[in-house]
Structures are given as structure tokens and as C-alpha cells.
Design a protein around this ligand. Structure first.
Ligand code: C2E
Ligand code: CA
Ligand code: CA
Length: 726
């Protein structure tokens, strides 16, 4: 009876017991018992399994081995005072007691996985095999032997496995990750529920045919996908990753997917199956697309920006090399800055949006319209067979902008200029073409008539010259090559010198004297007007101090200097440095400066007045004359543009205009100077008009500074008369 118990016990630990179960005679039984005791004792010595012997009447441990102590983290002495019940997890005690009792009664054997509780409260999992190994004469159980193996690690691993499987499932659901297994020989797929959801397939189980699977992808992506998979299999790639787009079966929505699959090959190298995941990356993709869009479009007008324009231009330039000619048009609004200054930036923004809309209306869908920045737009006009096609468009655009814009209830003429370059004729590279169109635009802006120009290779030459001039100018300022000439302004009644107008001259080492019309506009553009203006101003004040009579000096001020806002400080400094009395200085400001009819301009003019200097409006009648300026700004004098003077003796209309201006100014308390008097006949007409001063070649051309005393001697200085006249 008990032999079988030991045999079972030894089996539980994988041992073998030789020759058991065949003993017949009592003596041999006794021998065998002794042998078994010895075997058991040896067994107790083993370190691979924990072994214990329990007295079944007292239920106490009577023998434990070292390994058993190790597993339960208790020493043998303390275990001897305990029962198996004491070391079982409290939650399992009752159930196990019942189970063990039953098993012992039925078969004398019991096997199970048991949770033991350690002294520190930790749990250890054990596989336990128990057998009765000794009974009394009546067959009642006396002793039981249990073999205990620590399986905590493997239980933990199993738990972790279950956990990670659950986690994976959860992750798939939360992360919208679908998985699939594909039989590469039949092409059939099995999809996880999430995978079905991504593709919008019915949530039923079952295989999906290759055709049904492929039908989900966008037709334009299908061939590429098949090709990529076939290529990967041919190369025996272990895996593949790709992005593709599907139309979801359930709702027809368009989704971006990322797919990754791992391939399995048989020994012959044939692909057998793939295991893969699909992730719905639509949101990420859309965010990326939004970001990419924002990086290549102008936020205000929604038009392509400079970056995208360059991309399109590069593409078009490449096509142009293959014979697909195109035109590039650069467009710039003429008076955008004025609108911004006058009406404020929000109105300026609205104007740009409307300008973009006007432009778009004139273009075809295949043309690119971009905003390069500020009020600069550029167009790629495709399919241009003849330059006349581009010319027609340029003309249309200019005409479109000849129509006024409605800004804050006012009708405002903004105007636009256009420069046109033809590809490939005007340049092989995109940059060259853009520069060409830009140069043409620059020229279009400079001219007074038609608002557009074609590029002309001559312009490159001019641009080069301009760059040279720019360098020369910077050097000129450093080397003090800018001189000041003086032209007398005479009193009409006495023909004595009333003032001198200071006029800048550039004494160029190679070119000789360069007239101001050739360098002042450039100085204004590149900011050199500030040092130049200060130089002329301080020189004029200083020169005036050397004149033998205290006559006045007129200095021309550029619109750019006025809008900078600190002109009063510069003037005050020049007066202080020279010691010139403020009332001897007269500043000539052209009407264009006043076009920037802003509070800032008005405030600068008032500050100048407060210094005590006189203000003259120059070139009156030449530009967009507005009588409103005369009323609004604190001018002392108006200089009537010499264009009128030139025809005053021949054209009754010119004479009428000049007379009207003189009378108007007199009525407003301003004096007048009639400029550009070249002939005696002209002088005879203007002398009778009632203006105070005349100026012109008839009397004197502008002269170097050292000639001023001679001029005063020649004409006589008349500061007194001048004051009397005012
Ligand atoms: P502006 O202020 O109208 O100056 C008068 C211009 O008319 C001068 O030309 C002068 O030489 C010219 N002029 C005078 N009498 C006659 C005449 O009888 N017939 C003709 N045809 N012309 C006459 P200039 O010196 O060449 O100056 C041209 C323009 O350059 C000036 O026009 C002025 O706007 C600008 N400018 C000259 N010097 C300066 C300066 O220091 N600063 C600024 N900002 N502008 C200046
Ligand atoms: Ca002037
Ligand atoms: Ca003038």
C-alpha cells in the first residue's frame, strides 16, 4: 500500500525507485522497508525539491528538508511547531483542507498548485504532490509525505503574459491599431476586430479574400502597394512598412494608414504568411498637412507664399527647358504704404485681401498667384505662346487696379505696376527669371505712363550700374564728395537776392558733377538720404553764416526725412551747431511728402514751425496738388513748379494757373516763388502776377558756395525788403 505512495512521491520529483512492488516474503518486506527508509532519508537530502513529512493525527510537521525551509523562508525548528494549514494562504485554507482530506480518503494522493504565505507576508506558489506513506495495522493513515516545488517564477511569467496580452489588446483598441495575419499563398486575411473597424468591415469573424482586401485601398494607391509588397518578397525582406490611403467601407470616409508587416518564409524561401499591424494615422497626417500648408501659404490672403512660389517656379522653369514657355509677372501696389499710413494696418490688410481677389479673377486655374510679401504679388502664367499673351494679362491687371478701392467709405485709387519676364527667353534659372521680372517691375514703377514693362536685357546693365552707383554713393558720403551749390532767389520788385536755395551736387572723381536727380531718389531708397540730408543742412547753415548779408537759405527736405519723425531735432542741432538764426532757414518740402497725410507728418511740421524756421511747399502743381494741404499745413511759402513757368508766356492757361495760385496763396497769407524763369519774356509775364520771388537760369544758375558773396555783390542782398514783403 505505502509502496505506491513512495513511488508516487518519487515520481513527482522525477526519481525512480528500483524493484518496488514485487516483494513477497515478510523478511524481504522488512529488508525493503529498511531500504526505503534509507532511500527516503537520501531523498530528504535533495536540494531540488522541498520535502516534508506530516504526522496525520497531530497534523504537525515531523520532518522537513533544507529546500522546504528555503522555499517557505522558515527554519526547521519553527516548522516543527506548525501544521501545513499554518503555511497555506489564509484564503485557501478551508478549501485545501477539504480537498486534501477527500483525496487522501479516496486515493491516498493529492496534487495541486498551492499558495503559501511567507513570514514577511509574501506569497510563494508551489506545485505540491502528497502521498500517504505509512499506515497502521488497520490501514489508517499515519504519515504523509509532500514534495513541494517553487513555481512562483513561472506563475508570475504567466500572469505577466496574460497582462501583456490584455495590454496589447487594450493598446490596439485605444491606439486604433489593427492587426492581421495573411496567408501569402492564398492571399486571404484574418483581421482583428480593430483592424476590421479601421477598414470599416462588418465585425464578423472569417477570412477576407485578397480582392476584398485590396478593394479598400484608393485605386491610385493599389498598384504601388502591390508592387512594394512583391518587391519586398522578392528580396526576402523580413518586413515592410508603408503608408497608404483607404476609403472606409462603412462610411466612405477617407483615411490614412500606416502598415507594417513581418514576413515568414519556408525553408525553400517561399513567403508563407505575414503578420502585420495597421494604424490609422489620419489625424496626424491631417495635422502635418495643415502644418505644411501653413508653411507654404500666406496667412492673410491664403495665396501661396514665397516658398511655394519658388517651388512652382522651379518646376515651371524645368518644363520651360522642354519647350513649355511661361511668363512671370511681378506686381506691386503703387500707393499701398499711403493706405497703411492713412487708414491703418487693418484697412491695409483688407486692401491686400481684395487685391488678391481681383488678381485671381484675371487668372486661369493653372496659373500660380503668390504673395511674396508686403504688397508684392507674383504670377506664373502658363501656356504662353506669344509674349503678347503676357502683355495682355499685364495690361488687364493694371486696368483692374486703375479702379478705386472702397476704404472706410472712401474711394481710394491705389494703382499697380507690373514687370514681366518671359521664360525661357529671359533666363535659364528660376532666380534669374524672378530678378528679370523684378527689374522690369522696378522700371515700370519709375515710369510715369503705362503701369507695366517687359524685361529687357538692358535692365541688367542698368541694375549693375545702379549697384555700382550705390557703392559709389556710400563712398562719396564717406569722402565728402557731396557739395552744396547755391542759386539765388530774387525779389521780384528789386531783383536783389532774397535767399539762396541750397542744391546738392556730387563731385564724382570720374564722372564729374552728377546732378541730384540722378542720386537723390536712390539715396531715398537705400536710406542714404538721412546722412546726405544732414550734411547738406549743416553745410547750408554754416555757409549762410559766412555771407556778407544776413539773407536766408532754403534747404530741400525729402519726404523720407519728413516721415522719419525726428526732423525737428536734426534741424535744431544744425541751427545750434552753426549759430544761424532760425528765421533765416527755410525748409522746402515737396507735395509728395504730404501725401503721407498722417498725424505724424503734421506734428513734425508743427514742431519745425515752433523752432522758428520757415516752411515752403516745393514744386506746387506738379503732383497731386490738393488745395487742402495749403489749409492744413503751416506753410509760409509756395514754390510754383517750373513746368508752368516754361509755358507761361505762350499758354494763357499756364498763365491763368500761375496767377490763380499766386492769388490764392496771398489770400491764405503765404508768399510765392516762381521757379524756372529762363527767359526775359517769361519774367515779364510772371513779374506782373503779384508773386514775391523769382528764381531761374535767367538770373543765375546754381553756383559753388564760394561764389555766393559775388552773387550778393552782383544783385545786392535784400533781407530788409524780404521782411517788408512778408
Ligand atoms: P528743386 O527743389 O525743384 O530745385 C530746383 C531745381 O531746378 C534745381 O535743379 C535747379 O538747378 C533747377 N533750376 C533752377 N532754375 C532753373 C531754370 O531756369 N530752368 C531749369 N530747367 N531748371 C532750373 P537741381 O539742382 O538739378 O535739383 C533737382 C532736384 O533735386 C531739386 O529740385 C530737388 O528736388 C532735389 N534736390 C537738390 N538738392 C537736394 C537736397 O539737398 N536734398 C533733397 N532732398 N533734394 C535735393
Ligand atoms: Ca527746391
Ligand atoms: Ca522746385
Amino acid at each position: 500500500m505505502f509502496e505506491s505512495g513512495i513511488a508516487a512521491t518519487l515520481r513527482a520529483i522525477g526519481g525512480r525507485v528500483p524493484g518496488l512492488g514485487l516483494l513477497k516474503s515478510r523478511r524481504r518486506v522488512a529488508d525493503a522497508l529498511a531500504e526505503q527508509d534509507a532511500a527516503l532519508a537520501a531523498l530528504f537530502e535533495t536540494g531540488t525539491a522541498g520535502i516534508c513529512e506530516v504526522d496525520m493525527r497531530s497534523q504537525r510537521f515531523v520532518r522537513v528538508n533544507r529546500r522546504f525551509c528555503e522555499i517557505l523562508k522558515r527554519d526547521a525548528a519553527s516548522l516543527m511547531t506548525m501544521t501545513p494549514r499554518d503555511i497555506v494562504h489564509p484564503d485557501d485554507r478551508v478549501a485545501i483542507e477539504v480537498e486534501v482530506a477527500k483525496a487522501m480518503e479516496v486515493s491516498g494522493k493529492w496534487e495541486a498548485e498551492v499558495r503559501y504565505i511567507l513570514p514577511d507576508g509574501d506569497i510563494v506558489w508551489a506545485r505540491v504532490g502528497a502521498s500517504i506513506w505509512r499506515r497502521d495495522e488497520n490501514g489508517a493513515p499515519l504519515r504523509r509525505i509532500s514534495v513541494v516545488q517553487d513555481i512562483t517564477e513561472s506563475v508570475k511569467v504567466k500572469e505577466r503574459l496574460i497582462q501583456s496580452e490584455e495590454l496589447l489588446r487594450l493598446g490596439h483598441r485605444v491606439g486604433r491599431i489593427g492587426s492581421f495575419v495573411r496567408d501569402l499563398r492564398t492571399g486571404e486575411l484574418e483581421c482583428s476586430p480593430e483592424c476590421r473597424h479601421i477598414f470599416g468591415l462588418a465585425p464578423v469573424e472569417g477570412k477576407i479574400s485578397r480582392a476584398a482586401w485590396m478593394a479598400g485601398f484608393l485605386p491610385e494607391d493599389q498598384a504601388g502597394l502591390v508592387e512594394a509588397i512583391e518587391a519586398a518578397l522578392k528580396r526576402r525582406d523580413p518586413e515592410i512598412a508603408c503608408e497608404c490611403r483607404i476609403r472606409r467601407r462603412s462610411d466612405g470616409s477617407f483615411r490614412h494608414l500606416e502598415m507594417r508587416a513581418r514576413y515568414f518564409y519556408d525553408e525553400a524561401g517561399r513567403a508563407t504568411r505575414s503578420v502585420g499591424v495597421v494604424i490609422d494615422i489620419t489625424e496626424r497626417k491631417e495635422a502635418e498637412e495643415r502644418f505644411a500648408y501653413a508653411a507654404r501659404h500666406d496667412a492673410l490672403t491664403g495665396l501661396p507664399n514665397r516658398t511655394l512660389f519658388h517651388e512652382r517656379l522651379n518646376e515651371a522653369t524645368e518644363r520651360a527647358q522642354q519647350g513649355e514657355a511661361f511668363a512671370i509677372l511681378c506686381l506691386d501696389l503703387d500707393r499701398f504704404k499711403d493706405v497703411n499710413d492713412t487708414f491703418g494696418h487693418p484697412e491695409g490688410d483688407r486692401l491686400l485681401i481684395e487685391a488678391a481677389a481681383r488678381l485671381r479673377l484675371e487668372l486661369r486655374a493653372q496659373d500660380t498667384l503668390a504673395r511674396l510679401g508686403g504688397d508684392e504679388f507674383a504670377i506664373i502664367q502658363t501656356g504662353v505662346i506669344d509674349p503678347e499673351d503676357a502683355a495682355r494679362l499685364a495690361r488687364r491687371l493694371v486696368e483692374r487696379f486703375a479702379e478705386p478701392f472702397a476704404i472706410k467709405g472712401q474711394s481710394v485709387l491705389v494703382g499697380a505696376s507690373v514687370g514681366v519676364a518671359m521664360a525661357p527667353r529671359d533666363g535659364a534659372r528660376a532666380e534669374d527669371l524672378l530678378i528679370a521680372a523684378d527689374l522690369a517691375l522696378y522700371r515700370a514703377k519709375a515710369q510715369t505712363t503705362r503701369g507695366w514693362r517687359f524685361f529687357d536685357p538692358q535692365m541688367n546693365e542698368e541694375a549693375r550700374e545702379r549697384r555700382e552707383l550705390e557703392q559709389d554713393l556710400r563712398r562719396a558720403l564717406e569722402n565728402d564728395e557731396i557739395e552744396v551749390f547755391y542759386q539765388p532767389v530774387l525779389d521780384v520788385a528789386t531783383l536783389r537776392v532774397s535767399r539762396f536755395e541750397a542744391l546738392a551736387r556730387w563731385r564724382h572723381p570720374q564722372r564729374g558733377f552728377v546732378p541730384p536727380d540722378q542720386f537723390i531718389p536712390l539715396c531715398e531708397e537705400i536710406g542714404l538720404i538721412f546722412p546726405l540730408g544732414e550734411r547738406v543742412l549743416s553745410r547750408a547753415c554754416a555757409d549762410a553764416m559766412t555771407w556778407p548779408a544776413p539773407i536766408g537759405v532754403c534747404v530741400n527736405i525729402s519726404a523720407v526725412q519728413v516721415s522719419a519723425g525726428n526732423l525737428d531735432q536734426i534741424v535744431a542741432a544744425a541751427l545750434a551747431a552753426s549759430g544761424l538764426a532760425a528765421e533765416r532757414l527755410e525748409l522746402e518740402i515737396t507735395e509728395t511728402a504730404l501725401l503721407r497725410d498722417s498725424e505724424a507728418t503734421l506734428s513734425v511740421l508743427h514742431k519745425l514751425k515752433a523752432l522758428g524756421v520757415r516752411l515752403a511747399m516745393d514744386d506746387f502743381g506738379a503732383g497731386h496738388s490738393s488745395l487742402g494741404y495749403l489749409q492744413k499745413f503751416p506753410f509760409d511759402k509756395v514754390k510754383i513748379d517750373r513746368a508752368f513757368t516754361q509755358t507761361v508766356d505762350q499758354s494763357p492757361k499756364s498763365a491763368a494757373i500761375v496767377r490763380a495760385i499766386v492769388n490764392l496763396c496771398a489770400a491764405l497769407g503765404m508768399t510765392t516763388t516762381i521757379e524756372g524763369v529762363e527767359t526775359e519774356a517769361q519774367f515779364q509775364v510772371v513779374a506782373k502776377m503779384g508773386g514775391q520771388n523769382v528764381q531761374g537760369y535767367l538770373f543765375s544758375r546754381p553756383q559753388p558756395a564760394e561764389r555766393a558773396p559775388a552773387l550778393i555783390a552782383q544783385f545786392g542782398g535784400s533781407p530788409e525788403e524780404q521782411r517788408a514783403a512778408e
